[in-house]
Design a protein around this ligand. Structure first.
Ligand code: HEC
Length: 174
């Protein structure tokens, strides 16, 4: 009669111990899964950030080049041609640039929408004084072959006065 309750208690204890074991095992599994999920998410997030940074780097390739190397010497001290005019620039822009940079300069021209990086938003760039006129001149004259972009070089096709005219138009009238 004395052994009965003790046996029962022992049984109960055993059950409890089993229960705890199962619980601990499940917890470990759940925790393991969570850790796997956390690591996977971290990889995905960092992967995405990496890809984003790479994309941004390509989009900013001209600005990056400019920041690191500055302008080629021959464009450092140029000044606008006397005969330049924003009115002439408007005609040149419509003929040579609007197809890619868009009629209003926002970079949405039909001919440019397959390019990567996309044609620059000249409306926005024109307001950034940091990008001086000689930065624009360099971009237009030399194009983007050396940085692997689709911006054509106009040094051969437009005269000095024509390039300054189109810059005057972009800066003040677009
Ligand atoms: C075939 C499409 C195309 C045509 C046509 C074109 N561009 Fe571009 N342009 C681009 C692309 C793409 C970029 C961005 C990559 C780069 O900077 O090289 C660009 C960049 C520029 C930039 C640099 C802006 C900045 O701040 O990064 C200027 C300035 C510019 N273009 C002016 C012009 C002017 C002016 C004309 C016309 C005389 C013109 N572009 C014609 C495609 C074009």
């Amino acid at each position: 009669m004395v052994g009965q309750p003790t046996q029962q208690m022992a049984l109960q204890r055993q059950e409890q111990a089993d229960c705890t074991k199962v619980y601990m095992r499940d917890m470990k599994r759940a925790l393991g899964m969570r850790i796997v999920i956390i690591f996977a998410s971290v990889f995905v997030v960092f992967g995405a950030i990496g890809a984003e940074a790479k994309g941004l780097e390509k989009e900013m390739v001209r600005h990056k080049y400019f920041m690191e190397k500055g302008l080629p010497e021959k464009y450092q001290y140029i000044t606008p041609a006397d005969s330049s005019s924003a009115e002439k620039g408007k005609v040149i822009y419509a003929e040579h640039c609007a197809s890619c940079h868009g009629v209003d300069g926002s970079g949405n021209g039909e001919a440019g929408n397959e390019l990567y990086p996309l044609p620059a938003n000249l409306r926005k760039m024109a307001k950034m004084r940091m990008m001086g006129d000689n930065f624009f001149y360099w971009s237009i004259a030399d194009g983007g072959e050396f940085i692997e972009t689709g911006m054509p070089a106009y040094a051969e096709n437009l005269s000095d006065a024509e390039i300054w005219s189109v810059i005057a138009y972009i800066r003040n009238k677009i």
